[in-house]
Design a protein around this ligand. Sequence first.
Ligand SMILES: C[S@@+](CC[C@H](N)C(=O)[O-])C[C@H]1O[C@@H](n2cnc3c(N)ncnc32)[C@H](O)[C@@H]1O
Length: 301
Amino acid sequence: MTAHVDSKQLAAALQISEAAAQQLINGDLTALTGQSSAIPVAQGNIFLQKHNVTLYHADFLTSQALADESVDLIVTSPPYNVGIEYSTHDDAHTYEAYLTFSERWLRQAYRLSRPDGRLCMNIPLDKNKGGQQSVCADVTSIAKKVGWKYHATIIWNEGNISRRTAWGSWMSASAPFVIAPVEVIVVMYKERWKKARRPKAVSDITRQEFMEWTNGVWAFSGESKRRVGHPAPFPRELPRRCIKLFSFVGETVLDPFVGSGTTLLEAYENNRVGIGFEIALEYCQLARKRLEALWRQRKLI
Ligand SMILES: C[S@@+](CC[C@H](N)C(=O)[O-])C[C@H]1O[C@@H](n2cnc3c(N)ncnc32)[C@H](O)[C@@H]1O
């Protein structure tokens, strides 16, 4: 992987030896992490496995493909309307189903996380269609019940004012609607926030990025559904920031709900091992198309 940089450049950027940079370029990410990047897997349902990226065409909730405690960082945006995704039907019953679904995937994610593993969960702050609900508060509570520990909530201001369509009672105190045009990224961890010592751990975040991104209000645009060809993609900037801020080079990044493959693109681009799950075949194909376009640019295929 990373044939697009030479070992000298990479060594200088990451402040590592040229030999380690060459190992990285050759795709041997273990040189830096000192831990196995080759997660023991059941071979079934592998849709794609190349350049340190593995995509499973499988249901994340029931998959036994990955070993316990094998993932360093999870970056994901779970589906909203479970079972009937993107349907307009959205009543109290489906909110209950959503919370049950949240508990199930959070439990599975917890099993896979290393003791110092982290979770970045992109979810709505709240919702007001079909009944107001405190989505972020509810899912965070469920995550804590499962065992995840709370670190922070990043507010993502995507500058989407088109969400402000429902006013409730216009210019009247009768029943006005308030809606924050933001989403959140809830940051949690399994057992301890400080990462276990890894003798060769390398961070690739710049001074500027670190200063900017540790301020928990992020502002960048959302992704176009039409351009990507998926109903709910997040922009590449979102996993890029989470990956560089919360994981070392060479570590294993998982997205249980891959969609169009955005997290995998950024895991690859930032020299992490990328693992993803996607239940819909058409989105597996879309993710593969995007990854292959990137690898073609890098002259890897
Ligand atoms: C909000 S989208 C993720 C979008 C992604 N972040 C991107 O940038 O394209 C959620 C995805 O989860 C998938 N999904 C839903 N249930 C799933 C399950 N049980 N296991 C794996 N994938 C699932 C859906 O098909 C959908 O593509």
